[in-house]
Design a protein around this ligand. Structure first.
Ligand SMILES: Nc1ncnc2c1ncn2[C@@H]1O[C@H](COP(=O)(O)OP(=O)(O)OP(=O)(O)O)[C@@H](O)[C@H]1O
Ligand SMILES: [Mg+2]
Length: 288
């Protein structure tokens, strides 16, 4: 298995649940009882060389909502995301997606899951030697037996969705950081996943471009019904996009609620976190 940037993996399999463009996103798992989360993590443990990173992490993603994960640097946020898409295997715990346990699946079975759960990596790079259109068409070539015209239409539609229409022939080096993030996002959803995992999508962007990315996260949720998990250090962004915030520290969940609920909490760690994050400081030592 060769994991590729921006939520893609090189596979030759075709999405089994593929439905026509106009009907996609209606494909949420219908058999799930109402009120059940689309994705659920229970008791996740992971150590690297004897150092504990995840320590009994529990997390639920309600379908069609945006869940934001906050936590200091090094607390295990990216490691958690990599577990969800099977790039890291847990020492203990379970991960369920659409009523199916996925942490025990084989690599071949995980390829199908990854078509429905896209991970936008923290550094979310594009292929530098490929044009924007080639970057976006890459997963389509891998997974869909479509005509060149159909691929071009899909690419144009995805670029329009991220306000990057007409940039097909540009190279990543010709784009700004914010534009590259938009294109990476377009590539992450071009196969119409049910879930998008964003690892710090606004890091390194100025406030205006960060707001633009937040608006895209909202647009994918509202127009396409995408369920999102957004890891961020950016409280402004969290306030804007979160239906629910989950705070992680030392590999486990320490609080959850709406932005307003958490920002009003007076208990030590959460209050310090909001103060430190508001001041742009988020190292673990600032929170102890
Ligand atoms: N493949 C790996 N092998 C060994 N250690 C790892 C591996 N991946 C992550 N770690 C360690 O796990 C810890 C958590 O890393 P992780 O990348 O999840 O942090 P994070 O919460 O995403 O931090 P940041 O906010 O800085 O991105 C770190 O100490 C990191 O060095
Ligand atoms: Mg990280």
């Amino acid at each position: 298995m060769i994991p590729i940037v921006g939520g893609w993996t090189r596979t030759r399999c075709k999405p089994q649940s593929f439905v026509p463009r106009t009907q996609r996103h209606a494909q949420s798992p219908a058999v799930r009882p109402v009120g059940q989360p689309l994705l659920k993590i229970t008791g996740l443990h992971k150590s690297f060389a004897g150092v504990k990173v995840l320590d009994g992490l529990d997390l639920e993603l309600p379908e069609g909502q945006t869940t934001v994960v906050l936590g200091p640097s090094g607390c295990g946020k990216s490691v958690m995301l990599k577990h969800i898409v099977g790039l890291i295997r847990a020492d203990a715990g379970e991960i369920w997606f659409a009523n199916r346990r996925i942490d025990t699946l084989s690599e071949r079975q995980m390829k199908d899951v990854r078509l429905r759960i896209a991970l936008l990596f923290q550094m979310g790079a594009l292929f530098d030697s490929m044009t924007v259109a080639e970057n976006l068409a890459f997963p389509l070539l891998e997974h869909m037996q479509w005509s060149a015209q159909r691929r071009a239409d899909e690419v144009a539609e995805a670029l329009e969705m991220v306000d990057m229409a007409g940039t097909q022939n540009k190279l990543p080096a010709e784009l700004s950081g914010g534009q590259r993030k938009r294109v990476a996002l377009a590539r992450a959803f071009i196969l119409r996943p049910s879930v998008i995992l964003y690892d710090e999508p606004t890091t390194g962007l100025d406030p205006i471009r960060a707001k633009g990315i937040d608006e895209l996260v909202g647009r994918l949720k509202n127009r396409l019904g995408v369920t999102s998990l957004v890891v961020t250090h950016d409280l402004v962004s969290a306030k804007r996009i979160a239906d629910r915030i989950v705070m992680i520290n030392a590999g486990r969940v320490v609080a959850e609620g709406t932005y307003d609920e958490l920002s009003r909490r007076k208990d030590g760690y959460i209050q310090r976190f909001f103060e430190a994050a508001g001041a742009g400081v988020l190292e673990p030592e600032d929170l102890t």
